[in-house]
Design a protein around this ligand. Sequence first.
Ligand code: PLP
Length: 394
Amino acid sequence: MLKPNVHYADLKESYLFAGIAKKTKQYLEEHPGQKLYRLGIGDVSQPLCPAVIEALYAAVEDQSRPETFQGYLPECGAPFLREAVAAHYARRGVTLSPDEVFVSSGASDELGDILDLFDRSVPALVIEPAYPAYVDANVIAGREIIHLASGEENGFLPEPPRTVRSKLIYLCSPNNPTGAVFSREQLRQWVDHANATGSVILFDAAYEAYIEDDALPRSILELDGAKTCAIEICSLSKTAGFTGTRLGYTVVPQALSRDGMSFNAMWVRNRTTKTNGVSSVIQKGGAAVFTPEGQRQIKEQIAVYKKNAAVLTGALDRLGIWYTGGKNAPYVWLKCPGGMGSWEFFDYLLHEIQVVGTPGEGFGACGEGYFRFSTFGSPADTEEAAKRICRLLQ
Ligand code: PLP
């Protein structure tokens, strides 16, 4: 009898988004026609920018003519896009060779697939509250998980543990769900810890485009010593609205090796075995993001979400509610008022003012008592939600 991967049975039921959907559906059934103000979504609401759309149309046209038709592209990414990403890093002072950049279909795919590079005996360290995929991908792989709780006392940005065991360390900055961003000094401690213990950091930079404070690192690769201990996983989902179009990139430095094995060479071998790459049309569309016009246009889009963030944090400031995020991140993470639990606060907002957010407890036990607002909704709904929150909680 074939034996299945029994670790699937160890996965906890993903009740967070299912629970939100169930509760909102029930509310709407009981209150037909009521409008909800959704601050829970992790998906963007603005369309792809004109520079990308133009490049996509041109790329589709290319596929219609024999002389420009594109068949298989290199599995690790089209050279033009790998070069465009490397040039983007160079403008921020990080020198990369294009062969250190791997084009992907998005960060989620990479966060799971990259585990192929590491022995199962190596535990994964996950700072909680965390993006749920970190834990689940490692449960499926049968890997031990070290849960490192964070909280208000360290601004949800904990220091590395004192243990010397080598591990696979997940860092997400700007963080989902907390919106917290590691300072250069804090990140330095993690880089030093990883190099000292032989660990590897998987740095999830899905929200780097939201950092507006130039003193904060947008990439872990800005730090000396990071190339010997870190892989950076990036996405155009929230940077440029590619959540449905699917495109990202992963940087595996040439200098990263353990036991004489190069992770870059291993990842080339992995990609050339397990994928035939990302659609040429999408890669051409994605390359437009890195042009001066594309950069200008995506900054305008991000500014819309930033304005939403300012509206929400302004309301919380007036109410005297503790929060992190919002300024350099698209998420605002707040302490539920009056000692309410995460789901209790969820129900209170839904039933009293029709505002839907995300209970912090769904991102790990230490998220209990906290709540996440997303800034990806429409400005009009965000304004109205903020007004209702002020009226309810003042
Ligand atoms: N990493 C984090 C922290 C995220 O919040 C998300 C999506 O919400 C992802 C990765 C996945 O991004 P992608 O759309 O590129 O798969």
